[in-house]
Design a protein around this ligand. Structure first.
Ligand SMILES: [Mg+2]
Length: 276
């Protein structure tokens, strides 16, 4: 795996191989409400490099994500620079069917995101949208599968993560991700969901559009090879895997994935590497 070899060290005065940065947040900038070591210094160091935040977490609206970053101690970013799986799902559904109706299974923030361009209608929804957070229960599964089987609603998954490392009621735990929570709907209906979040391209594309940059301009920084890194690679975006989230320093990565351009222990290491 790429250590800090001469091969990937930028030469002195050499231009950076990218001009914009896309950042995952959970496991990269923070765990729960705690900043990851070095993350604040890193964010200060890249103040003048255009950057945006992309997260598969559909639970919070961009405003709430900005609040969270500020509360933790980061400089508050513009909400426009925060692309969540909930926002992307809402935008995608509006493209498919302007004024769509939906039945959502997930946290309040998911409902709020979807309400921007659509209307909740548990009786005749066009889309059954399954996200993360509290909201799934026996009744929600019954409503969702009946909409799909009897009324032809399409099943949408905000993000494919099967599990997420998170803080729940004050404890660091593993929680079911969108990919796990959608499973009962898939099993009961036989319908495969349309999946919106990373590694699918939409979140990257929305962030690049906001920044006015193209894939070859960007570096994606994330902690998950299966979403952050693979999604970037599919689009031709350079990638840096940090080992402050899903994988610890030295942990062996899945053999099936291609190596990221940079495999680094922390954001501080990346900061040193590029002399920021
Ligand atoms: Mg992450």
């Amino acid at each position: 795996m790429n250590e800090l070899t001469e091969q990937n060290l930028p030469e002195a005065n050499q231009q950076l191989p990218f001009s914009a940065i896309l950042l995952d947040m959970d496991g990269v900038l923070f765990h729960g409400m705690n900043p990851i070591d070095g993350a604040m210094g890193f964010m200060e160091a890249i103040t003048n490099i255009p950057h945006a935040f992309i997260t598969n977490n559909p639970i919070r609206l961009p405003q709430a994500v900005a609040d969270k970053l500020e509360h933790i101690g980061f400089k508050r970013p513009s909400e426009k620079l925060i692309v969540t799986a909930g926002e992307a799902t809402s935008a995608w559904l509006a493209q498919q069917k302007p004024g769509y109706s939906f039945f959502a299974v997930g946290a309040e923030g998911l409902h709020q995101s979807l309400n921007q361009y659509g209307n909740e209608d548990p009786e005749n929804a066009d889309f059954v949208v399954v996200g993360e957070g509290e909201g799934i229960n026996y009744e929600a599964i019954i409503t969702g599968i009946n909409l799909i089987i009897k009324k032809g609603a399409r099943l949408i998954s905000t993000n494919p993560d099967t599990s997420v490392d998170a803080v729940y009621r004050g404890k660091r735990v593993i929680m079911p991700g969108g990919g796990a929570l959608v499973a009962p709907f898939v099993a009961a209906t036989g319908q495969q969901p349309v999946t919106i979040g990373k590694p699918e391209p939409l979140l990257y594309e929305m962030a690049m559009q906001v920044l006015g940059v193209k894939a070859s301009d960007c570096l994606m920084i994330g902690d998950r090879p299966d979403t952050d890194i693979i999604g970037a690679q599919k689009l031709g975006i350079k990638s840096a895997l940090v080992r402050t989230g899903r994988f610890a320093p030295g942990a062996v990565l899945p053999l099936s994935m291609q190596k990221p351009d940079w495999d680094i222990n922390s954001l501080s290491e990346l900061q040193r590497l590029f002399s920021w």
